[in-house]
Design a binder for this molecule. Structure first.
Ligand code: HEC
Length: 346
């Protein structure tokens, strides 16, 4: 008689081999839950559609044909699904009600079987994961933040397309002259005659004279980064001769209100960065007149809250960065917080 070699080791191996299978067997939405919804719910809970010439709307405004809609819920404003919370998931609750309850689902046709209910319950407990299934995205509300980004990109495309129209690319000599003056020049986009310029390889060597040398490129430059350079108000006299300039970075330069005053000549300026300059509310009054502006940086300037409030009112579409609150580590909190803490400790 042969003895089966059941050792401790073989038992351990057997357990190890079976465990992962049982643990990972999660209920899959698309193959196990969606078919239940399709046969028992979607007839009454789908996106508005036509049937025999009549418009059929989802009952109780509830759509179960899309992941976003299931999470949103219907007229009760209760989500049909709250992942991991069976008690709060309305789509499960309605299955468990007494058959004569008005809310028992489905009100007509084959009821959901005990087996199907168990599957739905487990699926919710396991996290209500749709596994990439989105369903019918028609009618899905647009995320306002995402919509804003799309809108911005569209505005951006339209603007640069208009600025590039009929424009000749900069000549090789002009590009060479600008580079000799210390500028780094690159195309804004592939195949675009529009250029961006900075002096990042030698900010201290860039002064008002360097900007004069850049004038050979004035038709083509849209982005000009003069951050931390030695440019002054005098240099801005040259800068305002760039007719297509949309973005001007003057952070940490010596420019003052007198220089900024000239910027109103720029007809396409959308971005201006004055962070760490000496500008005051007088500059804000100038900026308020540049209606194309969308991003304004005034952090660490002499601009006041009242001045910024006025600017905001004049340019409601602009994003203005004034007081940047940086989360301070414990112990380095802002003064008034410390004051409060001391009081609390008494
Ligand atoms: C024959 C049509 C029909 C079918 C099929 C149907 N429902 Fe409904 N459903 C309704 C009606 C009608 C209401 C509104 C009942 C009321 O308010 O009295 C409703 C309401 C609901 C609500 C409440 C929505 C809210 O926010 O008020 C849920 C949840 C729901 N149904 C889930 C389901 C589920 C899950 C299924 C499938 C198992 C299903 N229904 C199948 C007709 C249907």
């Amino acid at each position: 008689m042969t003895k089966l070699p059941i050792t401790r080791r073989s038992i351990v191996l057997w357990v190890a081999a079976t465990l992962p299978v049982t643990l990972s067997a999660k209920v899959e939405f698309k193959s196990e839950i969606l078919p239940i919804l399709e046969t028992k719910c979607l007839k009454c809970h789908s996106a508005p559609h036509e049937e025999a010439g009549k418009l059929v709307k989802p009952k109780a405004e509830l759509r179960l044909d899309a992941a976003w809609a299931i999470l949103k819920g219907g007229e009760s404003k209760r989500p049909a699904l709250v992942p991991k919370d069976v008690a709060k998931s309305y789509l499960y609750e309605v299955l468990t009600l007494p058959k004569d309850d008005d809310m028992f689902m489905p009100p007509k046709g084959d009821p959901v079987t005990a087996d199907e209910m168990a599957k739905i319950k487990t699926w919710i407990e396991e996290g209500g994961d749709f596994g990439g299934w989105e369903g019918n995205v028609a009618g899905k509300p647009v995320d306002p933040a995402a919509a804003k980004v799309v809108q911005k990109e569209r505005e951006h495309d339209v603007l640069y397309k208009a600025l590039a129209e009929g424009l000749q690319p900069a000549s090789t000599e002009a590009l060479k002259k600008a580079k000799d003056a210390g500028a780094q020049v690159s195309p804004l986009m592939v195949n675009s005659p529009l250029l961006r310029v900075d002096f990042l390889t030698g900010v201290s060597r860039c002064d008002d004279a360097s900007i004069q040398n850049l004038l050979v490129l004035k038709e083509n430059v849209v982005h000009l980064d003069l951050a931390r350079t030695a440019v002054t108000d005098a240099g801005l006299k040259a800068v305002v001769q760039f007719p297509r300039l949309t973005r001007l970075d003057l952070r940490k330069t010596k420019v003052t209100d007198k220089g900024v005053e000239q910027l109103s000549a720029l007809k396409h300026l959308t971005y201006v960065n004055l962070y760490g300059t000496e500008v005051t509310d007088a500059s804000l009054a100038t900026l308020a007149g540049i209606k194309t502006l969308r991003n304004i940086y005034l952090w660490e300037t002499k601009a006041t809250d009242a001045g910024v409030a006025k600017l905001k009112a004049a340019l409601p579409q602009a994003e203005i960065v004034h007081n940047v609150v940086i989360a301070a580590p414990e112990g380095a909190a802002q003064e008034d917080n410390q004051g409060k803490r001391k009081k609390n400790n008494k």
